[in-house]
Design a protein around this ligand. Structure first.
Ligand code: FMN
Length: 91
């Protein structure tokens, strides 16, 4: 995958055992994302753990900003749709 023409990457991951999923981690480790802006969102059941800190750790030379935790109760969205829509608008 050629990411050269992308300056901003929106990266979504579910939270598994208080961190990001192995495929998400593999993606961050595989590509040189230096100098790019990473906007992470993490779906979860309320226990984010170290997910966002771990993402920052894997891309020390990227600018991680506008992160969003998207919490669910079972299959129901537990953050407001306004929060979600405002986040999308901001991006
Ligand atoms: C193996 C596994 C581990 C999980 N660990 C966490 C966790 O540590 N914290 C949390 O809030 N949710 C946890 N969850 C819930 C997932 O984050 C939730 O199912 C997911 O964000 C929803 O996306 P999906 O439809 O792809 O499963 C876990 C789910 C699975 C399957």
């Amino acid at each position: 995958m050629d990411l050269n023409s992308y300056n901003v990457i929106i990266l979504g991951t579910p939270v598994w055992w208080y961190t990001m999923t192995p495929p998400g981690r593999a993606f961050l480790k595989k590509y040189d994302l230096s100098g790019k802006v990473i906007i992470p969102f993490a779906t979860n059941g309320g226990w984010l753990g170290t997910t966002l800190d771990d993402i920052k750790k894997y891309v020390p030379n990227s600018k991680v900003e506008n992160e969003l935790s998207i919490k669910f109760n079972e299959d129901t969205l537990a953050i407001s749709e306004d929060t979600l829509n405002n986040w999308i608008e901001k991006l």
